[in-house]
Design a protein. Structure first.
Length: 125
């Protein structure tokens, strides 16, 4: 198991969560508060706080992570979907363990989650 933080929610979920998909070094779970008909989170087992630290993954892991996002979307039945990473509190990040949102399903696959819409509106002000 890669380096983890004892007090991190997503480290715990990566260890013992109810996965919708699991691969080497990565898991995918349903979001507890879905913002679209299908809302899945891809979580690396390795703890990094945010996407800013994506360089902590070597080239192979980075590639594997992106492929795992695409595989997960396919596995949960999505052909069209949105992939999103919130980076930092003012961009809507609330859990400080890197995770990728996959949003889709129904006619609302293109809807923007409210936290993101707020952040974008603030940037445009
Ligand atoms: P962020 O706002 O950091 O980009 O995304 C965190 C996401 O984690 C939110 O969409 C939130 O609903 C989800 N979340 C928070 N706590 C839990 C949990 O205990 N279980 C699951 N499955 N999702 C969670
Ligand atoms: Zn963690």
């Amino acid at each position: 198991m890669p380096k983890q933080h004892d007090d991190c929610l997503f480290c715990s979920i990566a260890r013992e969560g109810a996965y919708v998909h699991k691969g080497k070094g990565f898991v995918a779970i349903n979001d507890i508060n879905p913002q679209a008909p299908v809302h899945v989170l891809v979580i690396p087992e390795r703890h990094v706080d945010t996407f800013r630290e994506v360089g902590d993954f070597d080239a192979r892991e980075s590639r594997r992570m992106l492929e795992f996002v695409a595989e997960t979307a396919e596995k949960v039945g999505l052909r069209d979907y949105r992939v999103l990473v919130n980076v930092g509190p003012s961009a809507g990040q609330t859990v400080f363990h890197l995770h990728w949102h996959i949003l889709g399903g129904g006619d609302t696959g293109a809807e923007v989650p409210s936290a993101v819409a707020t952040a974008v509106a603030e940037l445009e002000e």
